[in-house]
Design a protein around this ligand. Structure first.
Ligand code: PLP
Length: 302
């Protein structure tokens, strides 16, 4: 999946203003930078419309509230966005960059504070929106599928961070690098109790005997916006769906598996630790759900 680095002027949104990238400055005392005190959303737009922007903003609002950060910034009127909310700011960034199919990142941190980990010293949150052109993977890549390895990193299901898309993303970065170093596309992270949690940047699904199974939120996962859409689609297709604890052997011995995130949509997972999952090819249920997801995107983006 290629995100093109714009060589032309790049417009970003920072703290209420649309700016040229070269004019954007962030404080060296921002607690997002110093302590990873912040949250973000990664979204995908199709033809200038952001898929399920409302759900991304709702998740961001919940995350901000759980970290004790002001969550009213989401809906607060914003002069740079023409007096409208942050929702409009996201759309304006895509428009200002003249792109339609984009990867959009919305980051909110605690903002500038003291040089000590005391968030009480942070006065104003930092709000940043960036967007870049997204060239999706070709169909061949989906036909080929992803390979995965077991990560040495664990999710702590008891940590509130496991359910947030926080700017403390280092475990995800390391898990992903670990997988790539072994020639795999994704890493499977277990939780502290040895149950499957999620991928480094994606949720995991498996299919066994016609049932669609995904680790429950209590397993220590980010409740993905794509995961939610897939569960909705599966139920609408009368596919029996369960959110529960998943053992690694159940994933390895499943009939099919796939991973989900906003950028990838659904990517078949065809091999784990060098062994095929099911037939080693994208399965029928995965293909049905991927086609239905694309249909849902077209319907909602009209
Ligand atoms: C750790 C993790 N889990 C799951 C997901 C999927 O979330 P979403 O479907 O909202 O993109 C992501 C997305 O990047 C992620 O980083």
């Amino acid at each position: 999946m290629k995100v093109e680095r714009e060589t032309m002027t790049e417009i970003i949104y920072l703290n209420g203003r649309l700016l040229e990238r070269s004019q954007a400055t962030l404080s060296p005392f921002d607690h997002g930078f110093l302590y990873g005190y912040g949250v973000f959303e990664t979204m995908r737009s199709y033809g200038g419309h952001i898929f399920r922007l409302d759900r991304h903003l709702a998740r961001l609002r919940r995350s901000l509230a759980s970290l004790g950060l002001p969550d009213d910034i989401i809906a607060a009127p914003d002069p740079a966005a023409g007096g409208q909310a942050l929702e409009t700011a996201c759309l304006k960034v895509i428009e200002a960059n003249g792109i339609k199919d984009a990867r959009i990142r919305l980051t909110v941190t605690a903002g500038e504070g003291d040089m000590t980990p005391n968030p009480g010293t942070c006065l104003e949150p930092t709000v940043l929106v960036t967007a870049r052109n997204l060239v999706p993977f070709p169909e061949d890549r989906y036909a080929e599928g992803y390979t995965a390895t077991l990560s040495s990193i664990r999710r702590n299901s008891r940590s509130p961070l496991s359910r947030l898309k926080s700017t403390c993303y280092l475990e995800n970065v390391l898990a992903r690098s670990e997988a790539h170093a072994l020639g795999c596309d994704e890493a499977v992270l277990l939780n502290e109790a040895d149950y499957v949690a999620e991928g480094s940047t994606a949720n995991i699904f498996l299919v066994r005997d016609g049932q669609l199974i995904t680790p429950s939120v209590e397993s220590g996962i980010l409740p993905g916006i794509t995961r939610e859409a897939v569960i909705e689609i599966a139920r609408a297709h009368n596919i029996n769906t369960a959110e529960r604890q998943v053992e690694l052997t159940q994933l390895v011995e499943s009939d099919e598996a796939f991973v989900t995130n906003s950028i990838l949509q659904l990517m078949p997972l065809v091999r784990f630790q060098g062994r095929p999952i099911g037939s080693g090819k994208p399965g029928r249920v995965t293909e049905t759900l991927l086609a239905a997801y694309s249909k849902l995107v077209s319907e909602e983006m009209l």
